[in-house]
Write a protein that binds this ligand. Sequence first.
Ligand code: HSE
Length: 425
Amino acid sequence: MKRLKIGLLGLGQVGSGVYSILKSKGANLARKNGTAFVLEKIAVKHSIKKRAVHPNRKQLTTNTRSLVRDPKIDVVVELIGGIHPAKELILSALRSGKDVITANKALLAEHGRQIFGEAKRLKRHLFFEASVGGGIPVIKVVREGLVANQIRSIYSIINGTSNYILTKMSEEHLDFKEALKLAQKKGYAEADPRLDIEGIDAAHKLTILASLVFGGWVNFKDIYVRGISSIRSEDISFAEEFGYTIKLLAVAKKTADGIEAHVQPTLLPKSHVLSNVRGSYNAVLMQGDEVGDILLYGRGAGSKPTGSAVVSDLVDLARSVDSDHSFAPNLKPLKVRNISSLLSRYYLRLHVVDRPGVLAKISEVLGRQKISISDVIQKERRLGSVVPLILLTHGTQEHSLRRAVHAIDRLAVLKEKAQVLRIEE
Ligand code: HSE
């Protein structure tokens, strides 16, 4: 039987998932695929440490540099995350003639042109299923199942941590910090959770996905990114009163003026299919020109779901070692539209002094930018006290909205800066 010798970089959440799947299913996978998956070496930071899994001491090493050059190893599986030293290790593995599997969305999004370019030049395989959507096999679906389609749009929830936090805030009324702590305990969050809650992780994943489906490279820095850290429980409750949920939505569309790509907390109607994606689940809703709408749904974070995606890449690699053609984005840069030109409805939450004429002042500012109000609620409190005033607008361009909000924020009746959220219908 053929043997595929694996060098694993990292034995954290995802590495442990891969280890335990190979341990429990290795024999079965070998029988089904005609290849034995041999975990030759595992590089860890500390060789003695309490872990969820217990490899043989002889398998462990702290020397990452020699692992990626070890002639006994066929494939390097990079699961340490972050940019450095992951980038140097992957490049060194490719240059040492090894194929590479990675879950590193940050690295592929920010340095993908170099990494994919080098893999292509050296005719090495680079698989990255676990980099987007955790356990959802979205890359394989795009590569195989949707190969006959031009994808027109992607609407997605692709950060498990943020979705878990928003769900806990909405359903169990936990505060933001408590919910984040729980997500960290469950192993969903990045080592630096700011990547999750500031939307950066979702933007990394959107960069990879959009670059695969739109036929050119989307520059990560061109994607508008805003995370969920400014979302308060009251925003979730007000949105619910209007019939919406709040989700961290990652959107990319192909338009005549370029690619539209953004990640931001967004109000979605409760009846929208993505509104029912709860907890650490992810979902990717795509529209193909032939297939129409297609929805992929599954666990987007966590040790076993992400480990499952990595193992599927090992099987893919075992089947494609004889081919020199890997699925990779076209590296020609694509133009991404500036968000200010996009049209949308908006939710505004204003904390204002409750006195006569306040609503008139605010609607006058909006009127000057030709922004029409579609709905209003104001919570009844004592006259003269500070009250939340919630406005929903009709469709307007982002730049008009920004100008109006800038003027509203300067009104004396406003007690804190306005909260502004996009509404997607
Ligand atoms: N921190 C990521 C998330 C892990 O929460 O989605 C999966 O990529």
